[in-house]
Ligand binder design. Sequence first.
Ligand code: NDP
Length: 480
Amino acid sequence: MSALLRNYINGVWRESESGATFANENPAHRRSELNRAQASNAADIEAAISAASGAFRVWGRTPVAERQAIVARFLDVLAGAGEELARVVSLENGKTIRESRGEVASALLEGRHHLQQMSVFGGQAAPRAEGEVTVWEQFHPLGVVGVISPWNYPMNVMCRKALPALLTGNTVVFKPASYTPWSGVFMTELLEKAGIPKGVFNCVTGQGSTIGNRLIQDARVRAISFTGSTEVGRKIQTLAAADFTRTQLELGGKSALIVLADADLDAAVEATVKAGFGCAGQWCTSTSRVLLVPEIAEAYLDRLLARCESMAVGEPLNEKTDMGPVAGASQWEGISAAIAKAGSEGARLRCGGVSGNAEGYYILPTLFDGVTREMSLFREEVFGPVLAVSTVRDLDEALQWSNDCIYGLSSAIFTRDLAAALRYVREIEAGMAHVNIHSGFKTPALPFGGWKESGSGPPENGRSGLEFFVERKAVYLSSV
Ligand code: NDP
């Protein structure tokens, strides 16, 4: 019998009220069972919200230094368990072990950033005299917040949301994605080891459409930080509006990479491979559209095709693997359907497609060229290792095509022309603009969020990473 993952509610590991569970599959091996997780229902989420609500009375008043000490201990245990955690992520998500180690490193970097930011947070709020009146701005935690995370960066995204929430004095109900419950439970165990008081952090696994909805609709939950699809984000925003629940939504993308005639082609090709096929194309800031000017189109494509053919696709735990399987059955089906549709709409398949390796959910690095603006491959998010390559006249047309999209998460340009680069930075409609760097590059000091249908609410990281989780109060103090 496979191991059982339990919910963590009010400091106790417990099974769901109904006793129902679901299988956690390793996507490298169809129909395998790594372990089973709780298929929780409304009663479990209710218990978690009640626990978080009770714990808030103390945690919300706990001195910042004490909250920081617990988060610092958590980051230490996370660093110590990094290799084990990377293995867990690879086993249930399918990304390569090298990519999972990268995810752990990114979570640590961001976590340390938030810890340090917490020390300066509120510095601008120092009291000052306005005539006879002393005034200042005071920050208060919101209360209970819901964290709903995706499976593609199951531990990094959880940290990026939960650590700022905890540092600012909120209590958390965390719902991991159903493809990756183990990473969520593992992270919760690390928080327990770090000494998080009971009820302050609660983890409940189960279907988003049932328990996720329930979490949003409870008026005690004052904010929802969500990363996932635009479709679910829209539902969350609509439900949250009923109680004016605050939302931070990081959603889908269809990021474009532009290559101009004077670009360093080798660097552009490497950036395309990294951002197009990293994590099997399942990162929100993936490059999924490539826009080439005619002067370099053929040379660039020749080099990119050669790189695609050289990639080792296979077992995620093998150190030599460049790309693992996609995350599971529904992902594989959706990507396979998008590949078939692209072909039927007239795009030209240059390499890749569905892999012949039926042991796991494998898709090869896939490249279509001749993609026009009308095709679904140009417009719809595939969320897999599938690149849509188009040839455009010049920078004008490249910008028009890039911006002709409902999404606006990330983007990149490769050029040595400073004026062209600055024009792109000014005109691209996206939350992230990269010049001669791949579209997934980020630092926690800058905001991580999208424009248009790629996001809503204050972005994660940067200044708003902490600010999203607080209420503000303007205080006026007079001695008479
Ligand atoms: P989903 O939107 O399907 O799921 C995300 C999370 O929401 C999961 O925990 C899911 O639970 C839960 N959920 C599903 N339905 C509901 C609901 N009705 N109410 C509340 N919660 C719900 O996205 P994916 O997990 O498939 O993630 C891929 C998407 O995430 C892509 O579109 C990608 O672009 C986007 N993404 C965006 C990022 C960003 O920062 N902008 C970063 C990473 C990904 P369950 O798993 O149980 O269904």
